[in-house]
Design a protein around this ligand. Structure first.
Ligand code: SME
Length: 140
């Protein structure tokens, strides 16, 4: 997907870089709170297009993280009741919230076609990525 602003373009580069360099990152995207609505909107992503460009708070793994403000590591997506399937190839997912001034404004979402691939290293790494993105988003 082509970024429509310089921020979206930079986010797109991050998505592509992560997807191309980490073998078990098969879909990488950023969702952000959609204005004042209680929903997430897909921003830049790398990987297969998805129908789920809008996700209500509470729905799916992404929607749950919008409410919990906590990382959500899913070793096996089939074991989740509240899950939105994007591709039949996806086995696992990690969603890490993105904070600006302590407020949960969005998240990075990664799907993997490998079962149970995500470790605490992925969590720490993606938290760091989101901190860098927060700086980009708040830069003058
Ligand atoms: N699986 C996510 C939906 C987004 S797609 O993975 C791109 C979820 O359950 O929230």
């Amino acid at each position: 997907k082509t970024g429509e602003s310089s921020v979206e373009l930079r986010l797109l580069k991050i998505c592509e870089l992560l997807k191309e360099n980490i073998s078990y990152y098969n879909w990488v995207g950023f969702y952000f709170k959609n204005g004042d609505k209680e929903e997430l909107k897909l921003s830049s992503y790398a990987g297969e297009p998805t129908d789920h460009t809008i996700i209500p708070f509470g729905k799916g793994i992404c929607g749950q993280v919008a409410v919990s403000n906590k990382n959500f590591v899913v070793a096996d997506v089939k074991a989740q009741d509240n899950y939105i399937a994007c591709s039949i190839n996806v086995k696992a997912e990690i969603v890490v919230p993105l904070f600006i001034d302590g407020e949960n404004v969005g998240q990075i979402d990664i799907d993997s076609n490998t079962p149970d691939p995500f470790t605490q290293d992925d969590e720490r790494f993606l938290e760091w990525v989101n901190e860098q993105v927060a700086e980009v988003l708040t830069a003058p």
